[in-house]
Design a binder for this molecule. Structure first.
Ligand code: ZN
Ligand code: ZN
Length: 395
């Protein structure tokens, strides 16, 4: 059985994709508020004859496309949420929702997901297995993937493999990034409270100064990356907030530090936290203060499993050509890490940058992506699905 020509199929849907994406772009919605978007998603999937469930992880939508024969279940995940950013572009289809903007490309992801559903439902009869389309809310730091997992998205049926992609402007249009192992970092936030004893700035010997202790802690934490981490591993420890005191001549009671840790390795992440706590408490003690720490894990590292990555790599080579595949990773984060922690899979990046409209970084108020990249995304993911569920070309 010959497989469909996915580039041709995607190209045939291009005008429709552009219109759909621009409509989503005009009407962005924040995490867990994607009612208009998820309504369009659910309706489109229902019209295609898929079995649709709404309200999975609040505004999430799940739809099943059953092949004609038994086989593996492949989960395809697309995120739908926008960001709390005021769009500052002069494009005709700029956001009509003040203070909210699709500044990460999730409008394109939702569009590619619906287009894949349209294309793949035509080939239902050639498929051995099940496709599980997952339209996820609240990817941008609000825990949408986690909410969907809590509502059972990884059960009934349990996927054998999970795939997702991101339109990515740091990579030029025409390329795809596929990489085995960790491809996006884990991200977490910590708060350190250093407590001393306040007093008069002119009588420091009568007080216990938490500002001095906190300043030493900030400096000491820099040694974790340089002295506790293997130089071949990538780690970030950053303090972004340092709050203490109210005026110039008063030593405050405490100082509060807030920072973030990023890494590709969850084990390493835990080690870093042990060191932060150790350094903070002992450094505080050296200055007669005490220190306590609170942490919030935002997302885990996105780690690609070998076999699904090989399948996506093969699909990318078929669609884009092997010389257009780059094995780069990023220190940004994604809550797909929660899904890939339970189901083996692959997360990949579709190059969507150019020197014109798509020259601004993700989360910028003038962010945009090369719309033709949606053809690449649909074609590569469609081909990967076919490689799982539609045999190979030679059969
Ligand atoms: Zn983003
Ligand atoms: Zn994103």
């Amino acid at each position: 059985m010959a497989q469909p020509d996915f580039r041709k199929e995607a190209e045939a849907h291009y005008d429709e994709m552009v219109a759909m994406r621009r409509d989503f772009h005009r009407h962005p919605e924040l995490g867990f508020e994607e009612t208009r978007t998820s309504g369009i998603v659910a309706e489109t999937l229902q019209d295609l004859g898929l079995e649709v469930q709404r309200g999975i992880g609040q505004t999430g939508v799940v739809a099943l496309l059953e092949g004609s024969r038994p086989g593996p279940t492949v989960l395809l995940r697309f995120d739908m949420d926008a960001l709390p950013i005021q769009e500052n572009s002069d494009i005709a289809y700029a956001s009509e929702n003040p203070g909210v903007m699709h500044a990460c490309g999730h409008d394109g992801h939702t569009t590619m997901g619906l287009t894949l559903a349209k294309i793949l439902s035509k080939f239902q009869g050639d498929m051995a297995g099940t496709l599980k389309f997952v339209f996820q809310p609240a990817e941008e730091g609000l825990g949408g993937a986690f909410a969907m997992i809590a509502d059972g998205v990884l059960e009934n049926p349990k996927p054998d493999v999970a795939l997702a992609m991101h339109l990515w402007t740091p990579e030029p249009y025409g390329n795809v990034r596929v990489l085995e192992g960790p491809c996006m970092s884990s991200s977490s936030v910590f708060t350190l409270t250093v407590t001393g004893r306040g007093g008069h700035g002119a009588a420091p010997h009568m007080a216990v100064d938490p500002v001095l202790a906190a300043a030493h802690i900030v400096a000491a934490l820099q040694s974790i990356v340089s002295r506790n981490v293997d130089p071949q591993d990538s780690v970030v420890v950053s303090i972004g907030e340092f709050k203490a005191g109210t005026t110039f001549n008063v030593i405050p009671d405490d100082a509060v530090l807030k920072g973030t840790v990023r890494s590709y390795n969850n084990e390493l992440h835990r080690m870093i936290y042990r060191r932060i706590l150790e350094m903070a408490t002992k450094m505080a003690e050296a200055f007669s203060c005490t220190a306590s720490m609170e942490t919030i894990a935002i997302v885990q590292a996105v780690v690609n499993a070998p076999e699904p990555t090989a399948v996506v790599y093969e699909a990318a080579a078929q669609i884009m050509g092997e010389d257009h595949i780059t094995p780069k990773r990023t220190m940004a984060s994604e809550d797909m890490g929660f899904i890939l922690d339970e189901i083996p899979g692959c997360y990949f990046f579709i190059g969507a940058g150019n020197d014109e409209e798509a020259r601004f970084p993700h989360h910028h108020s003038r962010f945009n992506f090369a719309e033709q990249a949606m053809i690449d995304g649909v074609a590569v993911m469609g081909q990967a699905v076919a490689n799982y569920l539609m045999g190979s070309d030679s059969e």
